[in-house]
Design a protein around this ligand. Structure first.
Ligand code: CNA
Length: 238
């Protein structure tokens, strides 16, 4: 393990073109549960699996139940960035990290100071009325109960890409561009099970593909460096 971390440090120290691709595992050390770990949301008792509740059809047919789950499990407004978020922001300010491409919706990369953050699945921090597009602060959503409504009577929806919805094409294209041109691609805290997001790593053409994940992923075999450990712990040593 120490050897692998030393190798990663050597690569990072000499690069000015690192791109990071991450998922929910990046934020578990900040206290936000992921989907697929043993203590993740899939293994908690809910009437429906998270991917059903977080789908567009469920949102439209059962908005009250959607918001009950969403407020309890997806809003973690007091969570703070951990060592992984902070290190990536530091690398960006040093001109080493070009972009963070994330599947997360928690805003923690920006809270840590990262600027070039491509949010493939949107953000809980932005919310808008589906009828008149008026924006709403996430604190309004968190503080309320039931289905949040706009002053015009429309339903407020988080700016989150729900299952069954398509990803924003500008965000995808930008992500592809960064990944395709990256010197080092670090993939961290993701099961790589959710498509099309996970497919973006296929655009990487370099020879420094790094995987930092607690459990195995489908990309382990083609990675040039694999570290199975908590990402905050690993990044705090870089
Ligand atoms: P996932 O499928 O739950 O996978 C998480 C992966 O991270 C697993 O392979 C874990 O082994 C690994 N992991 C967990 N903790 C750590 C850690 N500390 N260090 C290293 N690895 C760790 O999550 P994905 O992101 O792959 O799935 C995509 C979904 C989950 C996206 O659509 C997200 O929007 C959604 N999600 C986001 C959040 C968030 O924004 N924080 C929380 C929960 C789910």
């Amino acid at each position: 393990m120490d050897e692998q971390i030393a190798k990663l440090k050597e690569w990072v120290d000499t690069s000015d073109n690192i791109v990071f691709f991450g998922g929910a595992g990046v934020s578990t050390e900040s206290g936000i549960p992921d989907f697929r770990s043993v203590d993740g949301l899939y293994n908690q008792q809910y009437k429906y699996p998270p991917e059903t509740i977080l789908s567009a059809s469920f949102f439209h047919s059962e908005p009250k139940e959607f918001y009950r789950f969403y407020r309890a499990k997806m809003l973690a407004l007091d969570a703070e960035p951990n060592a992984a978020h902070k290190k990536l922001a530091e690398w960006e300010s040093q001109g080493k990290c070009r972009a963070v491409v994330t599947q997360n919706i928690d805003g923690l990369h920006q809270k840590a100071g990262s600027k070039e953050v491509l949010e493939l699945h949107g953000s809980v921090l932005r919310n808008y009325c589906m009828r008149c597009r008026k924006p709403y602060d996430v604190r309004d959503i968190a503080a309320g109960t039931g289905v949040p409504k706009c002053t015009c009577g429309g339903i407020i929806k988080p700016d989150v890409v729900l299952y069954e919805e398509s990803l924003d094409s500008y965000t995808i294209n930008k992500s592809v561009e960064y990944i395709r041109n990256a010197d080092i691609l670090i993939i961290g805290g993701t099961s790589l099970a959710v498509y099309p997001a996970a497919g973006l790593i296929d655009y990487y053409r370099g020879d420094k593909l790094v995987l930092v994940n607690k459990s195995e992923t489908p990309a382990d075999r083609r990675a040039n460096l694999v570290i199975h450990a908590p990402i905050g712990q690993v990044f705090s040593q870089l």
